[in-house]
Design a protein around this ligand. Sequence first.
Ligand SMILES: Cc1cc2nc3c(=O)[nH]c(=O)nc-3n(C[C@H](O)[C@H](O)[C@H](O)COP(=O)(O)OP(=O)(O)OC[C@H]3O[C@@H](n4cnc5c(N)ncnc54)[C@H](O)[C@@H]3O)c2cc1C
Length: 456
Amino acid sequence: MSFDIHIVGGGLAGSEAAWQLAEAGIRVRLSEMRGGGDMTPAHQTDRLAEMVCSNSFRSDDAEHNAVGLIHQEMRALGSLVMRAADTHRVPAGSALAVDRDEFAAEVTRAVESHPNITIVRERVDSLPDHPTIVATGPLTGSALAESIANETGEGALAFFDAIAPIVHRDSIDMDIAWMAARWDKGGKDYVNCPMDKAQYEDFVAALVNGEKMGFKDWEQDTPYFEGCMPIEVMAERGPETLRYGPMKGVGLDNPRTGRWPYAVVQLRQDNALGTLWNMVGFQTKLKHGEQVRIFRTIPGLENAEFARLGGIHRNSFINSPRLLDRELRLKSKPNIRFAGQITGCEGYVESAAVGLIAARLAAAELRGEALPLPPPETALGALLAHITGGADTETFQPMNVNFGLMPPLPGRFKRADRKKAYTDRARAALAMWLESIPPHRQMGRGTISHSEMAEG
Ligand SMILES: Cc1cc2nc3c(=O)[nH]c(=O)nc-3n(C[C@H](O)[C@H](O)[C@H](O)COP(=O)(O)OP(=O)(O)OC[C@H]3O[C@@H](n4cnc5c(N)ncnc54)[C@H](O)[C@@H]3O)c2cc1C
């Protein structure tokens, strides 16, 4: 068959991308290895867009939650994943949970029956030379992973994540914490949260006793690389291990006491906007609820709001902020775009969203047109900007969509009003962006009109 673009991987991102391109009149070859004799360790079926674990697309609250907002933006852009999710919704309060079998069957049916899409059940083992979107996800086939690693260079493709929690900067109590670098070397680049002896000992005990997540059978060989050992594993090695490791207090004069703290938790800026701060050395397998409970005992983080909690999983992802241009193209091989979780976004929704935007950008390029990028005030634009440049390349780890990825709000808002202010601004920005795109380039019609988006 002849085709205009090749998509590798028929998961959440690849299926959405195929649909968007096909709706734009572009002929797609979609290669999916399941059903062709290969399987990943997590998938169970041959269906496209299989949800491998939970059946939830998380919050559907478009007024107060960044995930709900990105749902709304995707609906406005004619997302197949959102259409199928809405059709096969099951009761789950304000969350969007789905019947996973019906959901995947619907996506498969829609993609299979589209006249512009040919699905080929095959494994792709090297990066093609024609226009391609690579959407092979967290469990990318090993030969293709090797080909990507060869193209991108040493260390640019990770096989495991090691995620430390990320805190919204404006939720840190700076009456307790302070900015400084050890021995005053360099700029005052770290937020320091001090602990006395009793606080430190209680904290170490809480880490040791806290409930942990298990590894899946096929993740048992997860290597703990030097420098990314889980914080609780370090705590188990002995009461002083952390105090001589990431929680070392030496060289950090606390301006409130004039002394070094017994121990310290340091946070480092994680995005160019300065809104998100990373707990240095705190990658962890503690359960999410336990992380919130235990980390909020850290002086200065009592009211911490977490943009992302920690975790360690098998997960293939590239260093996107270093390797990709703003349109998700590989700088060294621009016929290749990446989409989905392999770009370093995290989750079903985010993966489908990056598939959607990768397809829109590819469609514009194939037609010889330029598509303005979605503004960073929108959830889609914020996620895209983060993975293609806003994130710190040195500490890059997978990221969920959240308000901390957006430019800070101008002016002051009461805490209770802030989330609504972010989503109102995002709706207005998306509506303006859609207005700026001539109708023939808007492609798949959404289920929400532009004026509805602006009104919220
Ligand atoms: C065990 C596990 C549990 C998870 N739980 C959740 C959860 O509860 N909630 C959540 O939001 N997210 C979860 N995730 C993350 C989730 O998998 C991703 O967010 C989402 O599926 C990623 O979408 P994707 O399209 O990028 O990748 P996938 O959906 O994984 O799709 C990639 C596709 O590419 C195919 N493929 C791979 N290599 C090749 C190749 N060489 N040639 C051809 N085809 C290939 C695969 O078969 C697969 O169908 C989990 C991930 C894992 C691994």
